[in-house]
Write a protein that binds this ligand. Structure first.
Ligand SMILES: [Zn+2]
Ligand SMILES: [Zn+2]
Length: 386
């Protein structure tokens, strides 16, 4: 056996969705993330078959460890299915990720809005994770004999972690989705200074799109739009595309409400409310005194509802569709790579290039004299030695 480190994207290569990466460290077979993708309301899965037909493993029960970076559907949605096929493989994640994963999987059935079915699936996920999840903390190191792994805060959403693998004097960092600057509910990523990273496997959504600027504009603009409607005497229904985004939106709206003493009442639908409550139990403050569970308090003039219901159910309300992204933009990504200055950057979870004229992170780093990083845009189902 040689000491090579092999890498293969089983999903979430040069597209977004179904992120699932295989990495071989000596005798250990690892899976990093295990998500689902959605394309025009159709779910798609990672291709585990290409792993089974590779020289590495013949059965999914040969997988030694699974690591989940964070609780978004494109990183965790396929996990319940994989866990059913891997009898004893432990799955490492933070407690917050385990909790939020239940709700992401609950939420994936937005196509079939039957609450009972969604609830059943959430409970099944909770049960599976109770049996198989190993909760880890930031800054914790685990010695797995073949290799060591340490977890660091990734920003992005609560519970998100980066993982640093150390194998035969080499250091491999998997970022998951991350943020450089604070998001509504997290700080930016945090890595100790001075670690020499050989290879970074980076979720680089905008690595081929230098024109995309950071999310804050999007979320900030949505909040301004809602405040403007309220100031004009309207009531507003904010429909979230994802339950967890409802929590982030609520947090920013609350801050704005408080900063300017606006005192608008905010009613929260039960599905969003229970995530808010649980996050607060896990030490993330969100609610303020003018937040109410929808239906528990008489609604007053000029208020906001945050929920995920079909908009037709609220005919008298102004409707605002709440969607935004919490990803690092192109410049932040360049800044990140330059800071850690790895020998190789394997870019995954990458969306298509906008126009021919725009450059990519590869071209940008090539013209930078201080950068030594070789960029690889990893294609799905192809084996790389990293
Ligand atoms: Zn994410
Ligand atoms: Zn993602």
């Amino acid at each position: 056996m040689n000491d090579n480190i092999y890498f293969m994207a089983l999903g979430g290569g040069q597209r977004v969705g179904a992120s699932c990466y295989y990495i071989k460290l000596g005798l250990s077979n690892l899976i990093l993330d295990c998500g689902l993708g959605i394309d025009q309301n159709i779910l798609f899965e990672p291709n585990l078959y290409c792993l089974l037909t590779s020289p590495f493993i013949q059965s999914l029960s040969q997988l030694n460890q699974i690591y989940i970076s964070h609780a978004h559907l494109d990183h965790v949605g396929y996990l319940p299915k994989l866990l059913k096929e891997t009898s004893n493989t432990p799955v490492f994640m933070t407690e917050m990720t385990a909790f939020l994963s239940e709700y992401q999987i609950y939420d994936k059935n937005f196509i079939t809005p039957y609450r009972k079915k969604k609830e059943q699936e959430r409970m099944a996920t909770q049960y599976l994770l109770e049996k198989k999840a190993v909760y880890v903390s930031y800054m914790q190191t685990i010695d797995m004999q073949q290799y060591k792994v340490t977890f660091f805060p990734a920003g992005h959403i609560p519970g998100a972690m980066m993982m640093l693998f150390e194998y035969k004097n080499r250091k491999i960092l998997y970022t998951g989705d991350f943020s450089v600057n604070p998001t509504p509910l997290t700080d930016g990523f945090s890595l100790p200074s001075g670690i020499e990273i050989d290879t970074v496997i980076m979720c680089g959504l905008y690595a081929k799109r230098p024109s995309v600027k950071r999310y804050s504009d999007g979320l900030g603009r949505l909040v301004e739009q809602v405040i403007h409607l309220l100031q004009n005497g309207r009531t507003v229904y904010c429909r979230v595309q994802q339950l967890s985004k409802g929590v982030e939106f609520l947090k920013v709206l609350n801050e704005r409400n408080k900063e300017e003493n606006l005192n608008y009442n905010i009613f929260i639908e039960e599905e969003v409310f229970r995530i808010v409550k649980k996050m607060e139990q896990l030490s993330i403050p969100i609610m303020t005194e003018n937040n109410y569970l929808l239906g528990t308090c008489k609604e007053k003039q000029m208020h906001v509802i945050i929920g995920s219901k079909k908009i037709e159910q609220f005919p008298k309300y102004e409707k605002v569709k709440v969607d935004f992204t919490l990803h690092v933009d192109f410049d932040e990504m360049v800044q990140f790579i330059k800071r850690i200055n790895p020998k190789k950057a394997v870019i995954v979870h990458c969306s298509e290039q906008d126009k021919d004229s725009e450059d990519t992170i590869e071209q940008r780093l090539m013209t930078d004299v201080q950068s030594r990083t070789q960029v690889i845009f990893a294609e799905e189902e192809k084996v790389y030695t990293i």
